[in-house]
Design a protein around this ligand. Structure first.
Ligand SMILES: [Fe+2]
Length: 458
């Protein structure tokens, strides 16, 4: 009897100690832990609950969970206890609680008895407000950083090109085309960003080559050619010091390598050349061929494409060339030019012809609209002020007939509200007359690339 009493007392002491240990353990945590009954009453809670709710722990016990935590008359739809009770599974949710002005992570698990019946739910509530705020702040900072980084990259590439009017916009065009090719080949997100940066910087090594050599009309001497061939190495030596999140230095280093190993400076071949370098190499050649240089005229787009196709699988990557063909949709590069002034119309058309594209000209917007509805073109350039259907109305009708078509509005006399009206009607660009040729060319390229991107995306 005496032994039984002693054993019983020892057991009670052990139980009390265990209960005290569990209580202290739960109270030591920052996260709220509560035992919830099937009718959503708080049966037990740790000290973190008292701190979070600003209530005495005794007042919390037997209160409705949703009343004290959410400040509502019923559990909110995201309440994980609802799922834990009805489905018998562990469930969690994150929500902002206006009642407490904090963001919480709620999780609940069912507690079953020996027969499998759900008796209670244990709920853990973690305050994640600071973590979410920090995450938002770091996203904001990295966005700012990415924007500054983009600005610096563009400025650097623009600085090199500013020395030479003939290559103005070249890197930008190559970068735009490279991204389109990359998209067509299945690259996305971060890879496209890296490809864009590498393409923008591909020629920065030319910064130390005298413009007279870069644009020399005649044959280059061995020494001069040696200088030209140095530019990927100069670029590599400069870029390798910048901790890019992409292999920009290597890609730029390899942008003159050729599939058969006949390129420079490393003589790499096949897949040893980085895919981005293979893309930039083809985009670079295509843009160079279709641009005017002091030592040779522009080549029409279809002829440039033939040139690339000839080198397909030998000097240029087959998949890359196929991607360029897809992107450019060379068979549909028609442009409608609408201007009531025949002289201006012919001037614009001559500029477009130099690009290797045969435009269709109209001095009457009604005829242009009829022709367009018969066979929509990828790009329409229209004067703003015209008798009959004006440029804004024409833009709206064209976009209604064929939404992917790009419209560029040109005007000599206009107000700010005209520009807004044209853009609202669907125009993607507004060019002031007299037309600046460099601006015009950029705008044309961008519009055709945008159209190609829209078509490839569908
Ligand atoms: Fe180059």
């Amino acid at each position: 009897m005496i032994r039984d009493t002693t054993e019983r007392e020892a057991m009670i002491r052990a139980l009390k100690l265990a209960s005290e240990e569990w209580r202290r353990s739960f109270d030591a945590l920052d996260d709220v832990i509560m035992l919830i009954s099937p009718d959503f009453k708080i049966k037990r809670a740790n000290m973190a609950a008292a701190r979070l709710l600003g209530m005495d722990i005794h007042a919390i016990i037997d209160s409705q969970c949703h009343t004290v935590v959410h400040g509502t008359n019923a559990p909110p739809p995201y309440c994980p206890i609802l799922k834990a009770q009805s489905l018998g599974i562990y469930s969690k949710a994150e929500a902002f609680e206006p009642h407490l002005d904090r963001i919480f992570n709620f999780s609940a698990a069912p507690i079953k008895d020996d027969t499998g019946r759900i008796r209670h739910c244990v709920e853990v509530i973690s305050d994640v407000t600071d973590a979410r705020k920090n995450a938002r702040e770091s996203i904001r900072l990295s966005k700012n950083l990415a924007e500054s980084f983009k600005g610096i990259t563009e400025a650097l590439s623009g600085l090199v090109e500013s020395r030479d009017p003939y290559t103005a916009g070249h890197s930008q065009h190559v970068a735009e085309l490279a991204v389109q090719i990359g998209k067509d080949m299945g690259l996305d997100g971060d890879d496209l960003e890296g490809l864009h940066v590498a393409a923008l910087l591909h020629d920065i090594g030319k910064a130390i080559i005298p413009a007279a050599i870069l644009n020399k009309p005649g044959k280059l001497s061995e020494y001069e050619w040696g200088m030209i061939k140095q530019h990927p190495i100069t670029a590599y030596d400069t870029l390798k010091r910048i901790p890019f999140p992409w292999p920009v230095a290597d890609v730029v280093h390899q942008h003159h390598e050729k599939l058969d190993g006949s390129g420079y400076p490393l003589g790499l071949s096949g897949k040893n050349i980085h895919l981005w370098a293979r893309i930039i190499s083809a985009a670079d050649l295509f843009d160079a061929m279709t641009s005017h240089r002091p030592y040779r005229p522009r080549m029409p787009r279809d002829k440039a494409m033939e040139e690339l196709t000839r080198g397909m699988g030998v000097t240029y990557d087959e998949d890359v060339v196929h991607a360029i063909q897809n992107v450019l949709k060379l068979d549909d590069m028609r442009i409608f030019v609408v201007d009531y002034d025949n002289l201006v119309l012919q001037g614009i058309m001559d500029e477009i012809k130099i690009e290797g594209i045969e435009p269709s000209g109209f001095t009457d917007s009604q005829t242009a609209l009829q022709a367009f509805s018969d066979n929509p073109a990828p790009l329409v350039m229209t004067e703003l002020t015209m008798p009959g259907i004006d440029g804004v109305t024409l833009t709206r009708k064209i976009k209604e007939l064929n939404p992917p078509t790009e419209v560029i509005v040109t005007a000599s006399h206009y107000s700010k509200s005209d520009t807004l009206r044209a853009l609202r009607a669907g125009a993607s660009d507004f060019i002031e007359k007299p037309i600046d040729i460099v601006m015009f060319r950029k705008s044309l390229h961008r519009a055709l690339n945008r159209y190609a991107a829209k078509i490839t995306a569908t």
